[in-house]
Design a protein around this ligand. Structure first.
Ligand code: GDP
Ligand code: IMO
Ligand code: MG
Length: 454
């Protein structure tokens, strides 16, 4: 069977940890979108692994697949594999021949565009990994796919077509001097070698065929979403989004399997018990704000909100896994979660970071918004309108810190009563059961109510 893991908010909900938690019976873990913009954390035997491209199951010996919907930077991929090898891990990772390749010029162009936009405070706050420019080339039918790296003639011909365009864009449109990132011969040599290594190490697959065969043979497969619903290119707050579909539909197009396969399994929405955001865009329940990322930041949220934001940020370790930037934090936002639940059809939820919220007298949840005098239960379609939404906050009584491992061992009823009230409210509003509750970063720090593969 299949289990699809989808970020219900703005990324960094703790997807990697849940893939790990539910992943024991899985044979294969497949990513279906995104690239090395993701930063997924898995704690295994006390050791923390931060993975960008290698699917989270790989640290436990599962086969990892990067599906056709992914954008793959071979440099990052091999660096990550080499780093894992230094830690005595030798993950079996397969890469779809149809996945698109991130080249160094994509990263340069990502940076240039962000710089230009920053002059008018319009930057997205991307991870700088070249994600947008690579998906742009995919949609523009000028991208190179992983399979192209193994055919020297095709590789050279395609580079000769596309690189001069990219160089002209950088030099003539943006007036930026470029270096070897735009040198056809250097790119050809380096990427031809990646193609050879991918082929030599038997890493190339037709993702759809490969996964279908594994499923036919009775394997359990996890589809590991990266990013989150509100940064989905279609369902997120465009243009403050990534360039792919983290929502569950992406798991079909990004692997080559039918929607019936994805929908026939479990689709689990991963929820952080509050909200965090890296980069720009509206966030109606935001506390305080982060200079450079929060639109219109003036730093005058007030002492109480600053203190709350700092406390949650520190307690939750809310600093970007990829970029190290402080994440914006805010109260849980139900309109976001209702939107996410509809867009992906969650069959279950995992709610993380209940421990992070311990110790506060009271907590708030944005139950709905008010926009132009009207109450909204879900998010409006335009980002401008979303930016004008005022949250209607409900107050919940807080809970004390606890021996979370003991709570995890004893089960849901051992959670503080106020935490249960908070969780039951979420589950009732979304009409979706909670399968797991995160009470710490480790695998043993999770309250499990339902194991989706069992
Ligand atoms: P992902 O991108 O969705 O996989 O999430 P990240 O790995 O970027 O960020 C989640 C962070 O929170 C990581 O440092 C996790 O180890 C940590 N984490 C996940 N679940 C919990 C939890 O329930 N409690 C605490 N305290 N930390 C958690
Ligand atoms: P995981 O998988 C949080 C955000 C960036 C930026 C926007 C576009 O760890 O949850 P991009 O580089 O993708 O073009 O940036 O999306 N972003 C993420 N935010 N978690 C992520 O991944 C993210 N991947 C991209 O901060 O606002
Ligand atoms: Mg992350």
């Amino acid at each position: 069977m299949t289990v699809t893991i989808v970020g219900a908010q703005l990324g960094d909900e703790g997807k990697g940890g849940i893939v790990d938690l539910f992943g024991e019976p899985a044979d294969v873990v497949a990513r279906y979108q995104g690239g090395d913009n993701a930063g997924h954390t898995v704690v295994h035997e006390g050791v923390e692994y931060k993975l960008s491209l290698v699917p989270s199951g790989a640290v436990r010996g599962k086969i990892g697949v990067l599906g056709n919907g992914c954008v793959v930077n071979p440099r990052t991929l091999f660096d990550e594999l080499d780093t894992l090898a230094d830690r005595d891990l030798d993950p079996d990772v397969r890469v779809a021949r149809r996945a698109h390749v991130i080249f160094p010029y994509h990263r340069v162009l990502d940076g240039i565009e962000e710089d230009v936009k920053s002059e008018t405070d319009d930057e997205v706050g991307t991870t700088g990994r070249g994600i947008g420019p690579t998906y742009e080339d995919k949609a523009g039918r000028r991208g190179l796919r992983i399979g192209d790296l193994t055919d020297e003639d095709v590789l050279r011909r395609k580079l000769e077509y596309v690189v001069p365009q990219k160089r002209a864009l950088a030099e003539d449109v943006y007036g930026v001097d470029v270096g070897e990132e735009f040198d056809i011969d250097a790119l050809f040599e380096e990427y031809r070698e990646y193609g050879e290594r991918l082929a030599d190490e038997d890493m190339l697959v037709n993702a759809g065929d490969f996964l279908a065969e594994r499923l036919d043979a009775g394997d359990n497969v996890i589809f590991e979403g990266a990013q989150g619903t509100l940064i989905d290119i279609d369902h997120g707050n465009y243009p403050y989004v990534t360039s792919s579909n983290p929502t569950a539909g992406g798991a079909a197009t990004g692997t080559g399997l039918g929607p019936d396969v994805i929908g026939g399994g479990e689709i689990i929405g991963i929820v952080k018990a509050y909200l965090s955001r890296v980069g720009s865009g509206p966030m109606p329940t935001e506390l305080a704000g982060v200079e450079g990322d929060t639109p219109g930041y003036e730093g005058n949220a007030g002492e109480r909100e600053e203190a709350l934001a700092t406390e949650i940020r520190e307690a939750g370790g809310e600093y970007g896994t990829v970029t190290g930037r402080p994440r914006r934090v805010g109260w849980l936002d139900m309109p976001i979660l209702r939107h996410a639940t509809r867009a992906s059809g969650f069959s279950g939820l995992a709610v993380n970071h209940i421990d992070t919220l311990a110790g506060f007298d009271e907590l708030k949840i944005g139950h709905s918004y008010t926009l132009d005098g009207e109450e909204l239960l879900t998010i409006p379609a335009t980002t401008e309108e979303w930016g004008h939404c005022e949250p209607n906050l409900r107050t919940f009584e807080g809970w004390d810190d606890a021996d979370w491992e003991a709570v995890a061992a004893d089960g849901y009823d051992a959670l503080p009563a106020n935490a249960q009230t908070y969780l039951d409210y979420i589950s009732d509003e979304l009409d979706t059961p909670i399968y797991a509750v995160g009470v710490g970063p480790g695998r043993e720090q999770s309250v499990v109510r339902e194991r989706p593969f069992e």
